[in-house]
Design a protein around this ligand. Structure first.
Ligand code: 5GP
Ligand code: ZN
Length: 137
């Protein structure tokens, strides 16, 4: 599966050069061109899936195992103090490239990287509403 208009399909296939940290039959791992911190990398499947909703189950599992391997190795190399592993689905969630990818963002003490949200409060109404609806599914 491939989308000829998709930049990550081209990067994953090696048609557009990228700083590749790792490659196998299923994935390419590259350095992000606009990194949040030193070493920010992206895990990109070679096949085109727009987002996590569409991603093949087996590849989803492999992506998480690969994330674990990559951050373990990179923590050693970069001497970072922690990692954010995250991915965005849909424009409302901040997705800008519509080919599934996982961000591996190394974190350094006092690095000033902002990944977060204002803490809310779980109300009884919302809790009941969601619990009831998920039980009906
Ligand atoms: P999203 O916002 O979709 O979760 O993340 C897209 C990411 O892809 C951004 O962090 C952006 O910097 C990165 N990106 C977009 N185009 C390119 C590119 O051509 N090369 C590389 N290496 N990263 C890219
Ligand atoms: Zn693609």
């Amino acid at each position: 599966m491939r989308d000829d208009n998709c930049i990550f399909c081209k990067i994953a296939a090696g048609e557009i050069p990228s700083a590749t940290l790792y490659e196998d039959d299923d994935f390419r791992v590259i350095l992000d061109i606009e990194p949040a911190s030193k070493g920010h990398a992206l895990i990109i499947p070679k096949e085109h899936y727009a987002n996590l909703y569409e991603l093949d189950d087996e590849l989803a599992a492999k992506a998480m195992v690969l994330a674990k391997k990559m951050i373990t190795k990179l923590t050693d190399i970069l001497e970072c103090d922690g990692y954010n592993v995250l991915q965005n689905n849909g424009p409302a969630a901040g997705q800008t490239v519509f080919h599934f990818h996982m961000h591996l963002v190394p974190r350094y003490k006092n690095d000033n990287v902002k990944i977060g949200w204002k803490l809310g409060k779980l109300t009884d109404n919302v809790k009941e509403e969601i619990l009831n609806k998920i039980c009906e599914k």
